[in-house]
Design a protein around this ligand. Structure first.
Ligand SMILES: Cc1cc2nc3c(=O)[nH]c(=O)nc-3n(C[C@H](O)[C@H](O)[C@H](O)COP(=O)(O)OP(=O)(O)OC[C@H]3O[C@@H](n4cnc5c(N)ncnc54)[C@H](O)[C@@H]3O)c2cc1C
Length: 316
């Protein structure tokens, strides 16, 4: 089995190199050039792609990441890392105490509250997963709550400089030939098409993975679209998501509203909301996720839902 693609020499340090405009990748787009040669190409710089790159770097395997966006998205998305993932982080030298110092304190993440509204009645409460001391009999790393961008930033900071993250670069296609994968991507700044040759291509491009679809790999599960809403201090702006789930990201201090009733999740048992608040940080960073029929409730539903969940609109 060859180690380098035809027409290209292996670099002793395994670093990427450009062949220049004259080096054409056979069989690919006319304007694509073999831009680099690296053992592993990862598509996507979310938590999976970044952690994958980190793990490979610990195994002394060179890789590069192709990421569609120029900057990290601010929406917090995932809030919990499970014990097994933290065990892997720890086994590969990531300081899990440092990770814990970044996320939601355990005292504030312990409960799931079932409520009529954030300022209303308590219907009940349950522990969020397992954050009691007994869980340490089964794992050295209990679940931890941390906003996804904070975890991504942490892992990114621990990547060696040899891991190149190509931003504003979108996966287009891949082709397997002569023991190599030729991955074609678009430079979104100028629309130019480039090709990189590698031994392996790893798809970490999320739930709607273009790599997966390109390769015709099926995916079981709900195919939902979502309204992503950005709400700052309850001034609400709307971006669309799906026909069933709406995500409203807002930034406001909910501590005076919830009082002693802190918790990671707040299920609002009011049909007008039909959803829950993820309190990444009760002092500021939160998300409300609720069911929505976009045909029945176009337009103003986001501010309606946000206000109903807090139930303070009428009094303010
Ligand atoms: C409100 C909310 C709460 C959640 N809570 C949790 C939770 O508590 N725990 C949990 O595990 N999960 C949770 N999730 C789901 C979580 O967001 C996903 O599990 C996580 O994002 C998956 O990480 P990933 O790296 O696989 O994919 P993603 O985070 O989606 O990253 C994919 C990356 O690939 C890039 N990309 C996409 N297409 C291309 C392309 N064509 N070319 C190049 N790059 C591309 C994207 O820009 C992105 O950076 C939650 C999600 C939401 C919305």
């Amino acid at each position: 089995m060859q180690d380098t693609p035809p027409g290209q020499n292996a670099q002793p340090n395994g670093h990427n190199h450009t062949l220049g405009d004259g080096a054409q990748c056979p069989g690919s787009h006319d304007n694509s050039h073999l831009a680099a040669n690296v053992p592993v190409v990862i598509v996507g710089a979310g938590p999976s792609g970044l952690l994958q790159a980190y793990l490979l770097s610990k195994l002394n395997i060179q890789c590069m990441i192709i990421e569609r966006y120029s900057t990290r998205l601010a929406a917090p998305k995932a809030h919990a890392i499970n014990p097994r993932s933290l065990e892997i982080c720890r086994q590969f030298g990531l300081d899990t105490k440092a990770i814990r110092s970044l996320g939601t304190p355990r005292s504030e993440a312990f409960w799931v509250n079932f409520i009529t509204s954030l300022s209303g009645e308590t219907v009940g409460r349950l522990p969020y997963e397992r954050m009691d001391a007994d869980v340490l009999d089964a794992t050295p790393e209990m679940i931890h709550n941390i906003p996804q961008p904070a975890f991504e930033e942490f892992v990114a900071q621990h990547l060696p400089k040899s891991v190149q993250i190509l931003r504003n670069a979108s996966f287009v296609s891949s082709e397997e030939r002569d023991d190599f994968v030729y991955t074609t991507y678009e430079d979104r700044k100028n629309g130019n098409i480039h090709t990189v040759a590698s031994k392996y291509l790893i798809a970490c491009d999320g739930a709607k993975s273009k790599v997966r679809r390109f390769l015709g790999i099926e995916c079981d599960g709900e195919d939902s679209c979502t309204y992503n809403l950005l709400v700052t201090s309850m001034a609400c702006s709307l971006m669309l998501t799906d026909e069933t789930m709406m995500t409203i990201h807002f930034n406001t201090d909910l501590r005076p509203v919830v009082g002693e009733r802190v918790g990671m999740l707040h299920w609002v048992m009011d049909p007008a909301v039909s959803g829950f608040v993820i309190a990444y940080d009760l002092g500021g960073n939160q998300v409300l996720i609720c069911n929505i029929d976009v045909v029945i409730h176009p337009g103003m539903v986001c501010s309606l839902s946000a206000n109903e969940s807090i139930a303070q609109e009428a009094s303010s």
